[in-house]
Design a protein around this ligand. Structure first.
Ligand SMILES: C[S@@+](CC[C@H](N)C(=O)[O-])C[C@H]1O[C@@H](n2cnc3c(N)ncnc32)[C@H](O)[C@@H]1O
Ligand code: SF4
Length: 282
């Protein structure tokens, strides 16, 4: 099963314009997604549903969709992906709680407001996002803070972990996802950093997670850049179990992989990354 098998693309509008946004909807702003397509999609999912794509809290059909999911997939795990800005508006969090959302995944650009604004391309989103994150924790709901590693925030990764530890210590986990070079980030070296330049900051951030006892996952970066933390890679267990991992079609084995002891379960370099930063592809 691939990651896309979990995704329910719910809408195609958003209040932010993140510099790295991989959502294809940015190419088709005005085309609403028909509800019947969304319902059909839900019926095809099994035990895990990710509500995502634009900003789900801007979908007028969000609660109809959640009602449909809980009616037809009572026990299904629901991951709700949001930038968090509207969670406390119109009692949205109260309403979401009624549908037993299993995981709130909040897209968190940076703890420094100017960097947040540069990444999200809107002002004032930081305060609302953080208030919502605090409220998720206050209600003992599961919060995953998702940090997309990009050119504007990578030097702050260790500081971000300190900040999270001070302010959101009861979160479920942090996820560091390296920017996939798609859509807004397609062939974009102003947004996608080199793996090598992020390495020491990411390792330092992972050391801090270890020190603070914060659970952490890492995604979309080859395992060799994680040093002793390679088991934190979200693909590590999946690759070991030999799932039907279609995302390998997005990856390339490079010369560096030849002498690597992790080459049999690593997912290697993303092809879209290699379109920006050429390596010797085998
Ligand atoms: C496209 S967003 C849609 C949901 C919601 N608006 C949000 O930002 O969470 C879904 C998830 O994809 C992540 N994402 C967006 N662009 C990405 C990229 N280029 N590489 C990796 N993850 C990305 C976001 O951080 C978010 O966690
Ligand atoms: S990543 Fe999410 S918040 Fe950012 S522009 Fe894309 S859909 Fe909107």
């Amino acid at each position: 099963m691939s990651k896309l098998d979990h995704l329910v693309p719910i809408n195609n509008v958003c209040n932010q314009k993140c510099v790295f946004c991989s959502a294809e909807y940015r190419m088709q702003w005005n085309k609403p997604i028909p509800l019947k397509n969304i319902f059909k999609d839900i019926l095809e999912k099994w035990d895990y549903i990710q509500i995502s794509w634009g900003e789900p809290l801007l979908s007028p059909d969000l609660f109809k969709i959640l009602f449909f999911i809980r009616k037809h997939k009572k026990k299904c795990f629901i991951e709700f992906q949001t930038n968090g800005v509207f969670l406390l508006k119109n009692n949205n969090l109260d309403k979401l709680q009624k549908f037993n959302i299993d995981l709130y995944n909040v897209n968190y650009p940076c703890h420094i407001e100017e960097i947040n604004d540069e990444i999200a391309w809107v002002k004032w989103s930081q305060t609302l996002r953080e208030l919502a994150m605090k409220e998720i924790i206050n209600r003992w709901l599961n919060l995953r803070i998702n940090i997309i590693i990009n050119k504007l925030n990578f030097i702050y990764l260790p500081e971000i972990v300190d900040y999270i530890n001070e302010n959101f210590a009861w979160l479920d986990r942090i996820q560091f996802s390296f920017t996939k070079a798609m859509w807004a980030a397609d062939k974009n070296d102003e947004v996608v950093p080199l793996y090598e330049e992020t390495e020491k900051f990411l390792i330092n951030a992972l050391e801090k997670c270890e020190k603070y006892n914060i659970k952490v996952d890492v995604d979309h970066i080859p395992m060799c850049f994680l040093w002793k933390y390679y088991e934190k890679h979200v693909d590590f267990n999946k690759m070991k179990m030999w799932e039907n991992w279609v995302f390998l079609t997005e990856k390339n084995y490079v010369n560096r992989c030849n002498n690597c002891d992790k080459k049999n379960y690593c997912t290697w370099y993303r092809k879209d990354y290699l379109e920006i930063y050429t390596e010797s592809i085998i």
